[in-house]
Design a protein around this ligand. Structure first.
Ligand SMILES: *Cc1c(COP(=O)(O)O)cnc(C)c1O
Length: 387
């Protein structure tokens, strides 16, 4: 065996013995709620399709029409010939929803963070990241070449102390956090973070992948904090909007700089027309149906009340199990009952906090939510401490 094969094999067996090896499982998502996996039909609590828009007929129709009109691909990066007309329409819609001057669309949320952060921070700058922030924030920070420091989760006092002691040694400072934390479902205190950032001339980036479409009347988590001033509002089109793509909303100058300097804009092909059209159609739904946008959180709260867990603050509810093997076991028990609740293990979450991460959508039936709550109470025994 050559050294490459030996390396891959030994890595795999190391992961296997720690219950950390992951494998793909082909999944047919039937309708934005039910999935077919391994020959079985399961009710999914593991999709981020909070508004079930991935299968919404007008959204699908918009994607099909865009294929007919513009083809399946953008053909090139946006700065060459890939800037098809749907992209500027989508950007105007995103800016309007978020109340910013402008927006820049990226190929995905991951590409947004890995493009945005290095465009605004580099060597000589300081980036402060919430310890539970999403992996692509870390990736962007690392690519930037700036000095990176973490602050304890949602700890505004600790962030202030760090800025007081360290800010002076750097040219610029950028603070990055999830607006809704992807594996815990809790919210960042964006009003207080924003106040500390303004005190210390630090630029706040909030990643609202799990807030757009489902919080603040569909406008996202920042809308829950009217006093927060967030100059870099990032998010994705791949969760509540049901499709694919990412964005940054901000001032005109910020967006113009991204369009000429962000490497994931310059060196990556533009978002396909169908994805842009689907996102526009999804925004039509979000802007016209406030009851729909409120439903995922209501469903999550119905669950947390019935399961006697701390009240949900977003459609994401973590059920902390502990060890990876135990989390896999819990997921298997729920699957035997017809529920898909995928176990989330390190390194996605800290060691010892493997969990079932439940995501509630507008269309989850009440009877099934209550049945799941009953099963989860059996799995975890006593009520959990606040997450
Ligand atoms: C999913 C997610 C992303 C990545 O978005 P994609 O569009 O899937 O690439 C970024 N940030 C957070 C917090 C996420 O949950």
């Amino acid at each position: 065996m050559d050294s490459l094969q030996a390396f891959a094999q030994s890595k795999l067996s190391g992961l296997e013995t720690r219950s950390l090896r992951r494998t793909l499982k082909p999944t047919h998502r039937l309708d934005g709620l039910w999935v077919e996996r391994g020959g079985r039909r399961l009710l999914s609590f593991s999709c981020n399709d909070y508004l079930n828009l991935s299968h919404h007929p007008p959204v699908k129709a918009a994607a099909r029409a865009a294929v007919d009109l513009y083809g399946v691909g953008a053909g090139a990066s946006r700065l060459v010939t890939g800037d098809h007309p749907l992209l500027s329409e989508l950007e105007a819609r995103l800016a309007r929803l978020k109340g910013t001057e402008a927006a820049c669309v990226f190929g995905s949320g991951y590409l947004a963070n890995t493009g945005v952060i290095p465009a605004f921070a580099g060597p000589g700058d300081l980036i402060l990241v919430d310890e539970l922030a999403h992996a692509c924030i870390w990736a962007g920070a690392q690519l930037s070449g700036a000095e990176i420091t973490t602050f304890p989760h949602n700890d505004v006092a600790a962030l202030r102390a760090l800025l007081e002691t360290r800010r002076g040694g750097f040219r610029h400072a950028l603070v990055a956090t999830d607006g809704v934390f992807s594996m815990d479902g809790d919210l960042a205190p964006l009003d207080r973070l924003s106040a500390v950032c303004w005190e210390h001339d630090a630029w706040l980036l909030s990643d609202d992948a799990h807030g757009i479409g489902v919080l603040g009347g569909g406008r996202g988590s920042a809308h829950l904090f009217p006093d927060a001033r967030i100059p870099l509002q990032m998010g994705t089109l791949s969760k509540a909007l049901g499709g694919y793509g990412g964005y940054l909303c901000g001032s005109r100058a910020v967006i113009d700089l991204l369009k000429t300097r962000a490497r994931t804009v310059i060196y990556a092909t533009g978002l396909p027309p169908a994805s842009a059209a689907a996102a526009i159609a999804a925004l039509d739904v979000i802007e016209s149906d406030p009851a729909l946008t409120a439903a995922p959180l209501e469903k999550a709260r119905m669950f947390t009340r019935a399961a006697r867990l701390p009240e949900a603050t977003s459609p994401i509810v973590p059920v902390i199990i502990g060890e990876a093997a135990a989390a896999l076991d819990a997921a298997a028990k729920l699957e035997a009952e017809g529920f898909l609740a995928v176990a989330i293990r390190p390194p996605t979450v800290p060691a010892g906090t493997a969990r079932l991460r439940l995501a509630f959508t507008a269309a989850h039936p009440e009877t099934e939510i209550l049945r799941l709550a009953e099963l989860v109470r059996g799995l975890i025994g006593a009520p959990q401490a606040a997450a």
